[in-house]
Design a protein around this ligand. Structure first.
Ligand SMILES: CC(C)(COP(=O)(O)OP(=O)(O)OC[C@H]1O[C@@H](n2cnc3c(N)ncnc32)[C@H](O)[C@@H]1OP(=O)(O)O)[C@@H](O)C(=O)NCCC(=O)NCCS
Length: 230
């Protein structure tokens, strides 16, 4: 399955940044990215609250207070929008993206992308991969234009957008980037299906490993208690 996935990513030009017309991604490793749902609301909140003031400023365009972050999370609409996450072995949400579809029917071929990666997990390709994943999903949902609002000082985010072929317009401290997407095709649909299954399998394996470690440590505790009684 994973081999097929590797093959597919490198063979298909429509699966990554090239979907927007840029050059194909050089990311070689598989980053399992799964869709998030209401059940993940608490983890999303935990992830966002852990961002410091500077990161909240870069993510939201202002230094969001804890209450504002809470309100943002409470209002997430998992039916309309798509949220993606990367989990570590302990199932902590270390990176997430929000693909927000236009609420205005006049602009129903437009969507906006927002992302955050935990400080300790930066520079490992998660931000870029989340962007590629969002592009893929957006294409398959009929989105033709993806918007990214970033501060001009946000070189990492602007780099990700520019690399995918986005047009960037700077206006003082703020920048608007938009990426024209190719229409969905067979490759983009299969690539998303594969991504989805790889991520689910990865998540369930991590969950099982955690449960098994829990079982082992309970057994260990019991053994210690029993040997103490002897
Ligand atoms: C922006 C952010 C998501 C990037 O996440 P990341 O996982 O560190 O990014 P990646 O590792 O995928 O790097 C993507 C690319 O940006 C480049 N990059 C990373 N940091 C950079 C920086 N400070 N300046 C310039 N380029 C940078 C990487 O080299 C990589 O380029 P490559 O693919 O050509 O090698 C992360 O810094 C973050 O969460 N910032 C706070 C919130 C935010 O700014 N969100 C964006 C606004 S919505």
């Amino acid at each position: 399955m994973v081999n097929f996935f590797h093959w597919f990513r490198s063979a298909s030009p429509g699966t990554g940044a090239a979907a927007g017309g840029g050059r194909p991604s050089a990311v070689a490793a598989v980053v399992p990215i799964r869709s998030l749902g209401t059940a993940h609301r608490a983890r999303i909140l935990e992830h966002l609250l852990a961002l410091d003031d500077r990161d909240r400023y870069l993510r939201f365009g202002y230094v969001a207070t804890d209450e504002q972050v809470q309100r943002y999370v409470d209002r997430l609409n998992f039916e309309r929008d798509e949220l993606f996450g990367v989990f570590n072995r302990k199932l902590h949400l270390i990176a997430m993206a929000h693909l927000a579809f236009s609420v205005d029917p006049e602009f129903n071929s437009c969507a906006e992308f927002g992302v955050s990666v935990s400080k300790a997990a930066r520079g490992r390709g998660f931000g870029g991969r989340l962007f590629e994943r969002a592009v893929l999903h957006a294409r398959n949902e009929g989105v033709l234009m993806l918007f990214i609002h970033a501060l001009s000082e946000n070189t990492a985010m602007l780099h990700i957008a520019a690399k995918a072929g986005a047009l960037i317009e700077r206006d003082g401290s703020e920048s608007e980037a938009h990426l024209r997407l190719l229409p969905a095709d067979f490759d983009s649909r299969v690539a998303e299906l594969v991504d989805h299954h790889v991520a689910l399998t990865d998540y369930h394996l991590k969950a099982q490993a955690r449960q098994f470690w829990g079982l082992l440590s309970r057994l260990q505790d019991r053994r210690q208690t029993t040997s103490g009684e002897v």
